[in-house]
Design a protein around this ligand. Sequence first.
Ligand SMILES: [Cu+2]
Length: 495
Amino acid sequence: MTIDRRGLMNLGFAGALTGVAARIATAQTPSAAPERADAPPQIPADYTIRIAAGLVELASDHIGSTKLYNGEFPGPLLRLREGERVAIDIRNDTDTPEQLHWHGQTVPVEVDGAAEEGTPYVPARGIRRISLTPGPAGLRFYHTHLTPGSDLANGQYSGQVGTVYVEPKREAGRFDREVFLMLKEFQPSLSRGGDMASDFLAAAARVKSLQDAAENAMRASMASGRPHGYEVGYGLFSINGRMLGHGEPIRVRQGERVMFHIVNGSATEIRSLALPGHRFEVVALDGNPVPKPTEVPVLWLGTAERVSAIVEMRNPGIWVMGDLADEDRGRGMGIVVEYSGRAGKPKWIKPMPYRWDYTIFGRQDSAAYADETFEMTFAKNNAALDGFNEWTINGVAFSMDRMEPMFRLQRGKRYRLRMRNASDDVHPVHLHRHSFELTRVAGKVTSGILKDVVMVGGYQEVEVDFVANNPGRTLFHCHQQLHMDFGFMALFDYA
Ligand SMILES: [Cu+2]
């Protein structure tokens, strides 16, 4: 990789090289962090993940510095075997204590990677040896779990994200080969009011009471002279760390069945993906096989969601697989799919409008009865925190100082979360260390779809069930970094 100084200056997504050390040094230093590193372990770990500043070459003229895993973007693909315990060294070569979260795995608090649950920090300039038993099988990932707040050089705004594939005993669906895709934006900046797509979810009646409450609050805020709260936008977009047209194409042969394992590694964005002239057969959501694999023309993934989908290559040509948003695709959110023996300019065709509906992949009958239901209402206080929106669950914004559990669980019981979104934003909400089953989505009953993130549409209601089978503190939060950092979190604890 050749790096010229001009390229660095042009990009500056976490500052040019010289600015990086300073930014990292001034980032939030959690008080709970251990003061010293553990002694270096004597036996080598199965894997080492090193956190350090490094360079990402999104294109030859767009090279930037940010925090990475093992100097790569995305971080190394970890292929683990379900149930086979592994030891992993997490080495932190930065001046900020870190948390590395094993998203979607049913691991204990000690290794999950969330300070809110009590996972110890990986000390600055230190190392932490963890061991975990991988599971459940399927597409998982790992990412930093700090709270960057307004510091857009840290947390998930950085390049700290990588894919985990926990090998299943049996694959969902027949395919010829696998392709892993990491969707990720760079060069974040703050703006007032965003342009995020919000009308892509299956049409359903909006809940009038939720809408009225939110709109009244917003009117009152505007009348008091407050502007819209900050949103985050991005300058550069990539798949597997390359802008559209700047990486190797995905080379395919006619008739091949390609399994795409797609991770939305964004800090804040919801992404779409289409491949003109082809359809995606969705076989797993968040790594878990769905009851009814179904073909769709477009994929939608909320922040931290994963889709595993098989595409049968039966339309020879050179295609752009990319985001539906022209601006984002134009700034890099896409990758070229090239049939062997074909040449020419990659072609993009805008797909017909398509609304995303989780329930088409599920059963239409009701899930098992829950022992208890927790009601949750999500709401926004416009620009209430130094210009940032404050987010609340049942009127309470999460406090990093108190970290009090909001909900109590009894081991073995099945719980239902009835989530009501009193805002017009789509919230991809996430439950740590457990999988949940979708039981009702915007009025539609469903069962059999197991996930760990679900998008709750504006003014809509979603219900999910989970079994309390993994004792310890358990974090629930919106995976939109700006939302989780400004209140949108709650803790469950086992009695
Ligand atoms: Cu949110």
